[in-house]
Write a protein that binds this ligand. Structure first.
Ligand SMILES: Nc1ncnc2c1ncn2[C@@H]1O[C@H](COP(=O)(O)OP(=O)(O)OP(=O)(O)O)[C@@H](O)[C@H]1O
Length: 714
């Protein structure tokens, strides 16, 4: 058990008090997450708060996974630690909102790329001039703006296009298609509704209103204004304990953090609000802290300034210098950058580092993908840390899920007889999305069909299966294509087969067969990166099948398998993803690849921080600060463009290998015994030299750019 410092104890020992706020502010590596964990332990063991009365929030799945994993070790003294931890509510804010909404409304669609592109198909051609919606991203922005501000929208396009946007929003509402912001607003609405009927049977929504006594928020600097309605509703009247560091705020593009913090600061009366600070830094070497402070513009040897809310003695804990400063290097291209990274990794693992000590952090996912393919070529084991598994981002899988939704929802529509029930239309959205992927079915046909359904007051599925085709306002060849679509899905929907299939593999097989017969337009999936090859699709399909198998095991008897999977696959995937990543960490070491955003709250002994191999885009200060402060001992920074940093081309050096002082320091820092350093220095150098010859690293890291003039002449 780590020995807490007096300032950490002060946070932990602050007594439980309903309707109060405790705000803990502290820099990176000061032990905020650790203090949060011990605070939970204290609440359960000393304050007699039951585990199921404690709710913990963070913004990213990774941060939530990290908290759950560490809670297990904090409670390990108890033989029921797993049970205790499983009772503590630990969620991302969107995960929690999703659960509330699904509990109250059944299956909902969170709109993603494929859905926005489907909606684009419904825009009248005149509105599809470049002036209006050049891309689905632009449409997404306008719809979000319209939902927030309606006719008051400051966006001219949203106001101009109002009637079109209005129709799209209506379709989204009818089909329960939501943006993440809608999800938050809907969840808040259900929390308020539940308040009014006190004796409704127990539910997740009610637990949130009545059961929880303490809400802990990790990384409060990541909150943004649209989360405010839900968070303030949940926290009001409870003890709110929040931890954060404004310098690490990297979600400002989603809105101003200060705005929501003001609301949270004023949630409870001033006399019930306390702010405490932690000043120590247990993570990074003074060399790293000094450079990071320069970036964020803090005096490096900042003495804590005490304010009237904090009498904590400034007993600073800092690591001793390690003797190696962060290295800043710049490159002409990806080849030179990756040679540098591979060479350094080789030196490090030929010394005392393990692959699992190393992380490569980048601003963008696309740069990570390029580096991943380089690591693969050199046979270096790596693992991508992602907030959600790759299969969920694969457009082909999203299409498959949409076909499942069409089948399930259209089949339900058969049983809905009320004229104004919302489930009468629910399949429309997924049906439009999937139909518009058929070769030769253009925007005009989709629009004409959708309009005709509106006039008949029928869902699209009912229209194309009940209305004779000579009434359809479509040309002959389009009619044939739509009939082909209908006949492929007909049996699955009309004979209720979709709700009878209980075997995940059989279900995938049947749906794949349908998709295979649909004559899809390959251009529809064009925006997928090259890396999403067919072998990747196969492995994504296998991963989805694994999640399906897990959901099959926990499916309640009262619901069909497909419905259960579609309602819960988001939650189930996250649980499965977390379990899988834990297993991978336990196996042979792998280098971690992550965006800076996904690495929030994590730490690694060695970090390569890269801004992209040829990027001229300066890294924003807070992201740079977050990236740098993930490192405990060694930090390499590639192509960093920032006013406070000076980079230079790398010169070839292997001095880190012979720095015995550093490697002693390193092993002590990670609590590794010297016997763990089984290789002698000479042996390490011999091994490295051999690998260097194999890999072809010589005196400098070669740049293809320099050879460009030669290529031009050829
Ligand atoms: N009192 C302590 N004694 C020893 N080590 C500690 C102590 N408190 C924290 N640590 C260690 O310091 C490191 C950083 O702690 P933690 O991750 O909780 O920091 P943080 O403030 O949440 O950082 P960030 O803001 O970057 O997410 C961890 O390795 C943790 O185990």
């Amino acid at each position: 058990m780590d020995k807490l410092t007096p300032s950490q104890w002060k946070v932990v020992n602050k007594p439980y008090e309903p309707a109060s706020t405790l705000k803990v502010t502290a820099g990176p590596g000061s032990g905020k997450t650790l203090t949060l964990l011990y605070k939970v332990l204290h609440l359960v063991t000393v304050e007699n708060i039951k585990p199921d009365e404690i709710l913990i929030f963070s913004l990213t799945n990774k941060a939530v996974d990290n908290i759950i994993e560490n809670l297990l070790s904090v409670f390990e003294y108890s033989h029921t630690s797993r049970e205790i931890v499983s009772q503590i509510g630990c969620y991302t804010i969107h995960g929690l909102a999703n659960r509330i909404v699904v509990e109250n409304e059944g299956m909902v669609n969170i709109i993603e790329e494929i859905g926005w592109r489907g909606l684009m198909k419904l825009l009248p051609p005149s509105k599809r001039t470049p002036h209006y919606f050049k891309s689905y991203k632009e449409l997404e922005k306008v719809i979000k703006d319209y939902k927030l501000n309606g006719n008051r929208s400051s966006n001219i396009v949203a106001r101009d296009a109002n009637s079109v946007i209005e129709k799209l929003v209506e379709l989204m509402d009818n089909c329960k298609v939501m943006t993440n912001d809608d999800l938050i607003i809907r969840a808040k609405k259900y929390l308020e509704l539940d308040c009014s009927h006190a004796d409704a049977s127990s539910s997740f929504t009610q637990d949130l209103q009545k059961k929880y006594k303490v809400v802990l928020i990790d990384e409060f600097q990541d909150l943004y204004p649209s989360l405010s309605p839900l968070i303030t509703t949940i926290c009001k009247g409870k003890q709110l304990i929040m931890f954060g560091d404004t310098n690490q705020s990297i979600y400002e593009f989603l809105g101003c953090n200060r705005q929501i913090m003001l609301q949270l600061d004023n949630l409870h009366p001033r006399f019930s609000t306390t702010t405490l600070k932690l000043f120590d830094n247990f993570r990074s070497t003074p060399e790293i802290i000094s450079l990071a402070s320069k970036v964020i513009n803090l005096p490096p040897t900042e003495k804590p300034v005490l304010d009237d809310t904090d009498e904590t003695p400034p007993e600073l804990v800092r690591k001793l210098p390690c003797g190696v400063s962060p290295q800043l290097v710049s490159f002409d291209d990806l080849v030179a950058e990756s040679e540098f990274i591979i060479d350094k990794i080789t030196q490090l693992v030929c010394s005392s580092a393990k692959f699992s000590d190393i992380a490569i952090l980048s601003r963008t996912n696309s740069h990570l993908t390029k580096l991943a393919s380089v690591l693969k070529k050199y046979g270096i084991p790596f693992q991508k840390l992602k907030s959600q598994p790759d299969w969920m981002d694969d457009l082909r899988i999203q299409f498959l899920l949409d076909i499942l939704k069409v089948c399930s929802l259209a089949s339900d529509e058969k049983h809905s007889h009320g004229f104004n029930t919302s489930d009468k239309w629910q399949s429309d959205f997924s049906l439009l999305v999937t139909m518009s992927a058929i070769k030769g079915v253009g925007d005009a046909s989709i629009q004409a069909l959708y309009k005709a359904c509106g006039l008949k007051n029928l869902s699209i599925w009912k229209y194309i299966t009940m209305v004779p085709n000579f009434e359809w306002p479509l040309g002959f060849s389009i009619k044939k294509k739509i009939e082909n679509y209908t006949s492929n899905l007909y049996e699955m929907i009309e004979s209720d087969q979709i709700h009878q299939l209980e075997d995940p593999l059989e279900l995938i097989e049947k749906i794949s067969e349908i998709i295979n017969n649909l004559n899809l337009n390959p251009m529809y999936f064009q925006s997928m990166s090259d890396s999403q090859s067919s072998s990747e699709f196969k492995s994504h399909l296998q991963e989805m099948a694994q999640v399906m198998k897990v959901s099959k095991l926990n499916k309640p008897p009262s619901i069909s398998f497909v419905k259960w999977f579609l309602e819960t696959y988001f939650d189930q995937t996250m649980t499965f993803h977390q379990a899988k990543q834990t297993l991978q960490t336990a196996g042979p070491g792998t280098i971690k690849l992550s965006t800076i955003h996904s690495a929030k709250g994590l730490e690694f002994p060695i970090v390569f921080l890269t801004n992209g191999s040829v990027s001229n885009f300066p890294m924003d200060t807070n992201s740079l600060y977050v990236g740098m402060t993930r490192a405990r001992n060694l930090l390499y920074m590639c192509n960093m463009k920032h006013q406070s940093l000076v980079t230079k081309p790398p010169s070839y050096s292997k001095s880190i290998m012979s720095n015995e002082f550093f490697w002693d320091y390193y092993r002590r820092d990670l609590n590794r015994s010297a016997s763990g350093a089984k290789m002698t220095h000479d042996y390490s150098i011999r091994r490295y030299n051999q690998l260097r010859t194999n890999f072809g690293f010589y005196r400098a890291y070669s740049s293809i750019n320099r050879c460009k003039s030669v290529f031009r002449r050829i």
